[in-house]
Design a protein around this ligand. Structure first.
Ligand SMILES: [Zn+2]
Ligand SMILES: [Zn+2]
Length: 367
């Protein structure tokens, strides 16, 4: 099969012919129909997220089960599935404590392989890794049974694909991680694919004022379409002062940082009111440190700072819940798709993402 491979750090992706093995016990062969292109794919290319290479990127996908390995019970051939970039076993300490988004099985997949640490992809006999035990930039993938959620056949798979990362993460940040109340003021710093979903999640949660902050006017325009009531171009204005001006000098009830930079994390904390909540969603480089005054962050100002991984989601519950919201017209999914592309266009899609001109490019695989 032909897949988009990152051959080495800081190099363009290449479409290469790969061999794919049969599914092992507990594994499933999925025909990947569609894959979103997410900022985290770019973050592996540029080293923000360290991963071994060569690797097939892509972690936001949906497809159809083709073949199941020994002992697989959750799905069968023909099932339509949304792929999950965090396996959720349901049995480990974290899963039993209601935090499947930090399932202990994910420790094994962090090195570019499946649950046993090895990959099912190779090129001329050498292993090729799979991002997040998936690798949705290829038309087929062997993935763990616990990395997918069965969905109804009538959901278009290019729409379903987006749920796998951007929507679960962004909407989940607002509905699961944060405690957004009816009538709250919310600020969202960073309006890429995930940020737009935080915005629509905050709207679903009942926030009455949703302040979008970005440096690209193109993204701020998209933010308005997804529910932002106010926009601030941080390249032109001091974002914290502008948020204060919109919230009677208090700061927002809840602030979301969706970029992953030290200065924007500090901005989110400073734009939050006393007693308010800060949710960190963006993916920082490993060396990003944040220095905070302990007294005037936590004690006197009583702020809560929460980390958000995968929207604090339980994928087995949240994927159907999000699809219900979509069916009721409360969640925008088609509107997130700015461009439909083929796998050969992947480097252009990365450039578009960096230029801030797209919410999502979605790869339609040919088989
Ligand atoms: Zn992602
Ligand atoms: Zn688990």
């Amino acid at each position: 099969m032909k897949a988009a491979v990152l051959p080495a750090l800081d190099t363009p992706l290449e479409t290469q012919e790969l061999e794919i093995a049969a599914p092992g016990p507990g594994e499933v062969r999925v025909k990947v129909v569609a894959s979103g292109v997410c900022h985290s794919d770019l973050s592996i290319q540029n080293g923000t997220i360290p991963q071994p290479t060569p690797i097939v990127l892509g972690h936001e996908g949906a497809g159809i089960v083709e073949e199941v390995g020994e002992g697989v019970t959750k799905v069968q051939p023909g099932d339509h599935v949304v792929l999950s970039f965090v396996p959720a076993c349901g049995e480990c300490y974290m899963c039993r404590h209601g935090q499947p988004y930090v399932c202990e099985q994910a420790n094994a997949t962090a090195g570019g392989g499946l649950l046993d640490g090895t990959t099912r992809l190779s090129r001329d006999g050498s292993p090729v890794f799979q991002m997040a035990a998936l690798g949705t930039f290829g038309p087929y993938a062997i993935v763990p049974e616990i990395s997918m959620v069965k969905i109804d056949d009538d959901v278009p798979l290019e729409v379903a694909a987006l749920i796998g990362c951007g929507v679960l993460t962004g909407v989940g940040a607002a509905l699961n991680t944060a405690d957004v109340q009816e009538g709250d003021s919310v600020v969202v710093i960073g309006c890429g694919g995930v940020g737009l979903n935080v915005i629509q999640g905050a709207k679903i949660a009942g926030a009455s004022r949703i302040i979008a902050v970005d440096r690209f006017d193109s993204k701020l325009e998209m933010a308005k379409d997804f529910g932002a009531t106010d926009t601030i171009n941080a390249g032109e204005t001091d974002a914290v002062m502008a948020v204060m001006g919109l919230t009677e000098g208090r700061g927002a009830d809840v602030a979301f940082e969706v970029i992953g930079l030290g200065p924007t994390i500090e901005q989110a904390i400073n734009a939050t009111r006393k007693g308010g909540e800060v949710v960190l969603v963006g993916v920082p480089r490993m060396d990003v440190m944040v220095n905070l005054p302990a007294a005037f962050t936590w004690l006197y100002l009583a702020k809560t700072i929460k980390g958000c991984w995968y929207g604090s989601s339980n994928v087995y519950e949240d994927v159907p819940k999000l699809l219900d919201l979509w069916k009721k017209g409360e969640l925008k999914l088609e509107e997130l798709i700015s461009k439909e592309i083929t796998v050969e266009d992947i480097n252009e899609a990365f450039a578009d993402m960096q230029a801030g001109t797209v919410a999502r490019s979605v790869i339609q695989h040919s088989h």
